[in-house]
Design a binder for this molecule. Structure first.
Ligand code: ZN
Length: 286
């Protein structure tokens, strides 16, 4: 799969910027209107295979680009080829979703997200970047001790299609070792930066002992969209088994601001909000 599969993640000085995430809006395109009931169209081939169509569109364009859609389709094929190793969503029969937060830790937005989750007595899932772990060790330990999952999101967030196999292994191992020193756990789940993945990358992830976690819905929370739009996107979009991509890092201010309304909106629609290891049958740690 080519670079920037979902353009979901972020970029700081040392990083290449991910160019996009994904989602819906107050001017919901047709596919999101049909999904507002919580179900994808029954005729969809992915749904028949137990996979949700991956949705979300850039803001303010509102529709995925053709290249983005092609990358999503390729991701679905990869999930079909590697059942139990590449995850896009959870069980379609359970009215539950998982909120996942990428690109932390840092000391502003991540603690805000943790405060909100504590207020609502919810456990969620964080994909942390290795090079930030030591600098924000207290945030890492807090996240773990408050019952959230801390999973591997690479060491410094490169696009994996530009790395050698040895470099991929290094990205996974360095972050894993640092996390083990802080929380005494080695994650078993990995989310590739920006969702960039192909057969070769997946083989390396598998060889390192990880399962791959992608997502089924990307609201583009990092893209500076208005809080009302972010809330509307996530709440109206949610389908059974949805894995929702959000971010807990600097410059995604709208995410923490929107989060209480996202939680309340999803719960008002009857959704449970679960950790990834509750939504899908995986072990978070080894
Ligand atoms: Zn990321």
């Amino acid at each position: 799969m080519s670079r920037g599969f979902y353009l979901g993640c972020w970029c700081v000085a040392l990083f290449c910027l991910h160019t996009a995430c994904e989602n819906a809006s107050s001017q919901a395109p047709q596919h999101l209107t049909s999904a507002a009931s919580g179900y994808a169209p029954a005729s969809d081939k992915w749904t028949r295979a137990g996979l949700l169509p991956i949705l979300g569109a850039p803001y303010p364009e509102q529709v995925p680009t053709p290249s983005m859609q092609a990358r999503r389709t390729e991701a679905q094929h990869l999930a079909l080829r590697h059942p139990g190793k590449v995850w896009i969503n959870g069980h379609l029969q359970r009215k539950a979703v998982a909120l996942t937060f990428d690109d932390g830790p840092e000391s502003v937005v991540t603690p805000q997200v943790l405060d909100i989750l504590a207020r609502y007595q919810l456990k969620a899932t964080f994909f942390f970047v290795g090079f930030m772990l030591r600098k924000h060790a207290a945030v890492v330990k807090r996240t773990y001790h408050e019952g959230h999952l801390i999973l591997n999101h690479s060491y410094d967030h490169p696009s994996f299609d530009a790395l050698s196999n040895a470099q991929i292994q290094s990205q996974l191992r360095r972050t894993e070792d640092l996390l083990f020193k802080l929380i005494g756990k080695r994650p078993a789940l990995f989310r590739p930066p920006a969702g960039v993945i192909d057969n070769r990358i997946q083989a390396e992830i598998d060889a390192a002992g990880y399962q791959t976690i992608l997502w089924s819905y990307d609201p583009f929370d990092w893209a500076g969209l208005p809080v009302d739009t972010l809330v509307q996107r996530v709440v109206s979009q949610a389908r059974n088994g949805e894995i929702i991509l959000l971010h807990s890092r600097l410059h995604t201010d709208s995410t923490a601001v929107a989060l209480p309304r996202i939680i309340e909106g999803l719960q008002a629609r009857g959704f449970e909000l679960l950790r990834l290891d509750e939504l899908i049958p995986v072990q978070a740690y080894r």
